[in-house]
Ligand binder design. Structure first.
Ligand SMILES: Nc1ncnc2c1ncn2[C@@H]1O[C@H](COP(=O)(O)OP(=O)(O)OP(=O)(O)O)[C@@H](O)[C@H]1O
Ligand SMILES: [Mg+2]
Length: 315
């Protein structure tokens, strides 16, 4: 088996410009078959644009790549037929039932075995019991599930889900993720873009993009372990005052509040140590040194990308 067979997506140095703006900048990314890959990055960082290039809806200005073994530059039509793409704002017909929506999509795309496909999609996503309900009356979670069922009608081997759970409540998001993992267990490769850190933790591997560039990729554990970033976690009294005192000190790259806990992070452990030392003996506070949370890391990466971008923009 060669690499191409093992990789559902393999894009190298893909770039997309709109006018003078480089929106995706030399992005290389590989998705292994059957994995759930989380695609993270701030608003406007180029996630949707990258996804659209991977699924054959947009041709890169330069670079190369394959999706499901097809060339993204020349075989877009074949890719589109085999990929399930759920757009960020998925449209559905509010005055049609779940079944009618799915059946309508199957007929628009002139799919064969329509009834069988709709039945299978309904069953796969646990929608049989609700198939007669009007889409307009469904909660956000069920709407997303129906959208996923619609993407599954043509039985794709690769799913590209662009923020599928935005605005959906935690229980429904959890259920949705159960479905994603079930599909992955069947051998379907899933790329999910998300802004939720709990979802990032559920992925096999992650890619973090900022200003169109991939800043880091790996398993959640690898990302944290290889970050070279150290975080003190502090709980107790006067956390807000402490945050004010520590912000902007040399050696401290980031101060973030997580509810009643404060995270104070830096890349240079010695400098971080020196900066925090005068504050650490407060008996009203509990200090522990550990690894950063994914969120700490991503905010840090975003800052770094901004610095690089700023420098280049000035050139
Ligand atoms: N068709 C277009 N024409 C011009 N600019 C575009 C076009 N599509 C996207 N952009 C710009 O490209 C940048 C990246 O957009 P993209 O939608 O890929 O980001 P994103 O990471 O998906 O953001 P979000 O998290 O908000 O969904 C943005 O600055 C956006 O305004
Ligand atoms: Mg987007």
């Amino acid at each position: 088996m060669n690499d191409e067979v093992d990789l559902a997506v393999d894009v190298r140095h893909i770039t997309k410009r709109y006018g003078h703006k480089t929106v995706v900048d030399g992005l290389s990314m590989q998705l292994r078959r059957g994995e759930v890959f989380g695609f993270l990055g701030p608003n406007g960082s180029g996630k949707t644009t990258s996804i659209r290039m991977m699924c054959g809806l947009l041709t890169p200005d330069s670079g190369e790549g394959h999706t499901l073994g097809y060339d993204i530059m020349h075989e877009a039509a074949k890719i589109k037929r085999e990929v399930g793409y759920m757009t960020q704002r998925f449209g559905l017909y509010e005055d049609l039932s779940i079944r009618e929506n799915l059946d309508f999509i199957a007929s628009v795309y002139e799919m064969d075995r329509r009834r069988e496909r709709v039945d299978h999609a309904l069953e796969r996503l646990g929608l049989q019991g609700r198939q007669k309900q009007l889409a307009g009356g469904l909660s956000g979670g069920w709407k997303q599930r129906m959208a996923l069922a619609a993407c599954m009608l043509h039985e794709p081997k690769l799913l590209l889900l662009d923020e599928p759970t935005a605005g959906v409540d935690p229980k429904a998001r959890r259920d949705f993720w159960e479905e994603i993992h079930k599909l992955a267990a069947e051998g379907i490769t899933v790329l999910v873009s998300t802004h939720y850190m709990d979802e990032a933790e559920r992925c096999h591997r992650l890619g973090y993009i900022a200003y169109g560039r991939l800043m880091a990729s790996g398993t959640p554990k690898e990302l944290v372990a290889n970050s070279g970033f150290h975080t003190w976690s502090i709980s107790g009294e006067d956390i807000s005052d402490l945050a004010d005192s520590l912000t902007d000190l040399h050696g401290i790259d980031m101060v973030t509040r997580f509810g009643n806990t404060l995270h104070v992070s830096g890349e240079d452990l010695a400098a971080l140590d020196a900066a925090t030392a005068p504050y650490r003996d407060n008996p009203q506070q509990h200090w522990t040194l550990g690894t950063p949370q994914l969120e700490d890391l991503f905010i840090h990466l975003m800052g770094k990308a901004q610095d690089n971008y700023g420098l280049e923009a000035k050139k």
